[in-house]
Design a protein around this ligand. Sequence first.
Ligand code: NAI
Length: 688
Amino acid sequence: MQAWKHWRLEHTPNASDHSGLAFLYFDKSYADGSEKTNTFSSEALHELADVCAQLKRNPPKALAIFSAKENGFAAGADIDEFTRFKGAEEAFAFTSLGNEVFDQVAALPFPTLAMIHGFCMGGGTELALACRYRIMDDGAKSKMALPEVMLGIVPGWGGAKRLPELIGAAQALDLMLTGRGVDGKKAKRMGLVDDVTPRRHFANAAKVFLAKPRAPHQPAFREAITNWPIIRGLVANMSRKTVAQRARKDHYPAPYAIIDLWEKFGGDPRAVPASDPISIQSLFSHPTAPNLIRIFKLQDRLKALGGSAGAAAGAEDFHIKHVHVIGAGVMGGDIAAWCALRGFKVTLQDLDHGRIAPAIKRAAEAYKKRLKLPHLVQAAMDRLMPDVKGDGVAHCDLVIEAIVENAEIKKNLYAAIEPRMKASAILATNTSSIPLQELSIGLARPERLVGIHFFNPVAQMMLVEIVEGPGTSAETMQRSQAFVKKIDKLPLPVKSAPGFLVNRILTPYMTEAQVMLAEGISAETIDAAAKEFGMPMGPIELADVVGLDVGLAVGRELHKPGNPQPARIQELVEAKKLGKKSGEGFYKWVNGKPQKAHGSGTVDLAPLWMRMTLPAVNEAVACVREGIVADADLCDAGIIFGTGFAPHRGGPLNYLRATGKEKLLAEMKSLEQQHGQRFIADAGWATL
Ligand code: NAI
């Protein structure tokens, strides 16, 4: 056995058990146990180059590479190293290093095999691609992906070259441009891996496979031709069209760069001139990559808020096994279904069976789509139990109340259930606007009341606000955060104030859009302006999707005296035109699509998006000043994961920093003169 800081090599040429094979284990910083996940730092890459040199001097019959970490093969490049780059040239040097080392792996003069379990992302997949063969674990949690596009960069360590060669350009571009992961079964079907087997058989599987290695995988003819020079341009153009439907080039240059890199430079970033807009230097100099990398790190920070932070009630000992959800409507039904999907025992209560049945039906359909295998669907359904009588109240560890948005009705319910709850059980409300101060009146134990505020649609929205009322105990907060992490959502602790964080920041933006509509600017133009800023959907369309009744209620709750209250939304609600769900709102909806009359024409959209987004930025400043959220980074994370706010801009406060305080304050002043007090800069700007 030979050991480096991050790698261990077992190579016993004459030992009977290995028959001349070498086993290499990737085990980042194993000696001090400081890393649970394998990532490629420069140091780990340099060591791998040493391993290659050693293996060349003393070649085994074949080599198998394993990860010694429980969670997966490798998560890709060390993102912390990215954030320390002092300039684009350092980013390029890191890219070149990875390329050179993986080229050395690819050039080893004997069969090489990657044994992949758990997550295998970015650089992990690129190392696996540099091997001659790949075997993958068959578990649902094992995933291979090249997700660089999500960080605003390209698969730069040979992935953009080797993946198209292995499985054809059409499949490879699809994986690289979406960043999506594939499990073992799918990977085998695509030709990405040679075999699939449970991890517990890995050592044996590697020996058997390498005892008689087959010819390396070749793509089928119909896949191989997508790499041919005459077809290449066609495939590239088709991919560009698909990408254009999802992302603008000025906001997200990376997907376009991936296509060019493959089409024009054979997937090798070292061949791209530094001045080319698709070079590593250009991508790292563009604001999008640093912003997306920051968001990626903020996501980790949110996850950590549900984990080891506060060891007293860490992720593993938060004592929640049984969740009782009251209210089986849009939110409660889906919250219950999600918790059962994630392994919790769930009882679901409503006023009668007829109101619970649709939620159970929705859950069954969702489970079939997600879980596919009938025994898994059945197990999830068995965990989700209708409970009209509310028997679950007495046995559960967590009640999630999601009944109508009415403080009196909610308080009456709490008075009825609190005496029946276990002493240790948490009482959570999904209210979107009622302050916890009010809901806690009359409770015997206000310390266990917390807001666990999900966003709609529950299955898709990552963020969950954990709302701290004046009486909420630290233990209740911590257990709630740990619970939310356990159901694979991102917990964001916020203070209880009207609208909490996300709705409070979103509302002035949505209201301004409606004021503009009332002034005669078309819905289509307003939505186009927001999309030009980078919102995934315009505010008028979004209002229709959320439901105008919901939007009206939130808008009223958060209305500030002296600000305009657009009348049209109320007229539409009175006419039962509630948006997408009723077939008409601001737009008419046909087959789930808004019927937009025209594009935005030649209108200059920048002043329009400036006018809509600045009230949101201003509110974000106020939230940080008031301590609604711990800091500006978490504020940005909340808005991005709760609403999809222009990710490439890195959130409202990052946008403020990037654009410059003075410039935006001047815009606010000018808007204040034109439109009034709602554009007065919050006191928080002064201390930014
Ligand atoms: P909904 O109207 O779809 O569902 C409410 C359900 O509660 C109904 O099925 C009703 O029969 C039931 N219910 C009423 N009183 C009850 C009682 N005493 N005991 C048992 N069940 C009772 O409402 P939705 O939209 O699901 O909202 C529920 C809560 O979630 C509200 O507090 C709302 O503010 C909040 N919320 C709503 C969001 C949305 O987009 N709709 C987003 C985030 C939070």
